[in-house]
Design a protein around this ligand. Structure first.
Ligand code: NAD
Length: 503
């Protein structure tokens, strides 16, 4: 390990530095572009062995009563509480989000553990009235099998925790293929879970949790393996387009959490004191690298000039810098490719008649290997073709509208359908937005921005966002198999629908 910061974090977490030393995959911190450690990629044979171990673990884990499975998750949540600070700092070091957001991600892990512990005493089924005398019907939920979790760089720990806490109480082992850009946080989260597993005793089998370190090919091996009944994959629409058909080919189950192109409608009755901070946080938080980042503003023409002026004023105050520094609001982009993507999108916006401010690379003198940018605002003449794409960077498009039907049509007129919001003080406009003829997204908010979801609700989106739901509500059902049982406690064998079959 080459980073003193990482060495310090490992010391606090009481972890062996060998985990991030001497491997064949270098990990670069976006903070300064330096190599912070190396991890060992899993070979195809190693991947196969880990999947086999998960299959074996399932044989035992599915028999452990769910509330007892919840006890393991409770213990893990306790460890996360103890190590929230260093784990949050590690998230910041490896993916570049500011420390508050790094710790916020760990808080999400803790929250989902709490949720899953409660859930472990529920996992409710149904009883159903039978049409046949002396019969009863019920619907129960059974453990499904090993769950493959593929995750993106921008939420390197929370997304795995959403899946894992729920999968574990549902009776499923978890095989995690993290982003190749953030494998250290994955190895650390797993090492802490292994600690909880070791303390738990014989009920928690080896192979209950593992990490596959690797790139796309490792993910492909996991998605193609029919021993893994559910693949929960978070990442770009491009990735989902490859993973979806591959899993479908073997009749596996997929939970896809893909890209967003999230918009906020600001109506002429909006309270701008609420709207402005919500837009700024949504557009520049995590340097615009959240799936729920605000990418488009659709504002009533009468307010457009005022809103843009206030946004520009707020943007001028944003402190860009080292995300480990408590004063920083916007950290770096993940890498040079992300910066190039932003530069290309800005060029396209200008070519389409847009007026763009911001988007310059900064801190090149102090951090030549890193990619810090000033967040950009693009005032567009209409919803142009480049606005239909997700650019994973702090680039905010602004367009005007005159009536709400037009605003909603523009809002829904993109291929993705993750998060959305309206700012209004008109009850009719608010209710329309969250009605069947309003937003077509999985998340639709009123007077609150597009990013920053709570774990209690089901999280996910429609259209090219993939249709998956994870985290709270009844998302747990994706991790179990549904079974309908009819039990005959009579002395006769009546057939359904009154069919006679006399022998
Ligand atoms: P990415 O698609 O490049 O990679 C995501 C993961 O998929 C990585 O682990 C990668 O190795 C793996 N992968 C890529 N191709 C694969 C394949 N063919 N088979 C199996 N695995 C494959 O995404 P990224 O750049 O890490 O993350 C940014 C994207 O993720 C954005 O589009 C963002 O909106 C999206 N995202 C969505 C959500 C959500 O909940 N909807 C959450 C976070 C990020």
């Amino acid at each position: 390990m080459t980073s003193p910061r990482l060495a310090e974090i490992f010391k606090t977490l009481e972890l062996d530095p060998a985990l991030v030393t001497g491997g064949d995959l270098s990990v670069i911190s976006p903070i300064d572009g330096t190599d912070i450690g190396t991890v060992q990629r899993d070979s195809a044979a190693g991947t196969d062995a880990k999947i086999a171990a998960a299959v074996k673990a399932f044989e035992h884990w599915r028999q452990v009563p769910a509330p007892r499975r919840g006890e393991l998750v409770r213990r893990y949540g306790d460890l996360l509480r103890r190590y929230k600070e260093p784990l949050g700092a590690l998230v910041t070091l490896e993916c570049g989000k500011i420390l508050e957001e790094g710790k916020g991600e760990v808080q999400e892990m803790i929250d989902i553990c709490d949720f899953a512990v409660g859930l472990s005493r529920q996992l409710y089924g149904l009883t159903i009235q039978s049409e046949r005398p002396g019969h009863h019907m019920r619907e129960t939920w059974q453990p499904l099998g090993p769950v493959g979790v593929i995750s993106a760089f921008n939420f390197p720990v929370a997304v795995w925790a959403w899946n894992t806490a729920i999968a574990l109480v549902c009776g499923d082992p978890v095989i995690w293929k993290p982003s190749e850009k953030t494998p250290i946080t994955a190895l650390v989260c797993d090492a802490l879970l292994q600690r909880a597993i070791a303390d738990f005793g014989a009920d928690a089998p080896a192979g209950l949790s593992c990490v596959l370190v690797g790139e796309r090919d490792t993910g492909e091996q996991l998605t193609g393996d029919s021993r893994v009944p559910l693949i929960s994959a978070t990442g770009s629409c491009r990735m989902g387009r490859q993973v979806g058909p591959k899993v479908a080919e073997r009749f596996g189950r997929c939970l896809l959490e893909l890209g967003g192109n999230n918009a906020i409608i600001v109506t002429d009755s909006a309270d701008l004191d609420l709207a402005v901070p919500a837009i700024v946080f949504g557009a520049v938080g995590t340097a615009g690298q959240r799936c729920t980042s605000t990418r488009r503003i659709i504002v009533h023409e009468s307010l457009k000039e005022t809103l843009v002026a206030r946004l520009k004023k707020a943007y001028a105050q944003i402190r860009i810098g080292d995300p480990l520094d408590g004063d920083t609001l916007v950290g770096p982009l993940i890498d040079g490719a992300a910066f190039e993507g932003m530069a290309r999108a800005i060029e396209a916006a200008r070519g389409e008649g847009g007026h763009v401010t911001g988007g310059e690379r900064v801190r090149t003198d102090t951090h030549p290997g890193a990619y810090y940018v000033t967040p950009a605002i693009a005032e567009m003449p209409e919803q142009t073709p480049s606005m239909l794409e997700e650019t994973f960077a702090p680039l905010l498009y602004v367009i005007g509208y005159t009536d709400l039907d037009e605003a909603i049509a523009l809002h829904n007129g993109v291929p993705q359908g993750l998060s959305s919001a309206i700012f209004t003080t008109d009850m009719r406009e608010a209710e329309r937005f969250v009605s069947a003829t309003g937003s077509d997204c999985g998340i639709a908010n009123v007077n609150i921005g597009t990013s920053g979801a709570e774990i209690g609700g089901a999280f996910g989106g429609e259209k090219e966002t993939g249709g998956g739901r994870e985290s709270g509500s009844d998302s747990w059902r994706a991790y179990m198999r549904r079974q309908t049982s009819t039990v005959n406690y009579s002395h006769d064998l009546p057939l359904a629908q009154g069919i006679k079959f006399d022998l």
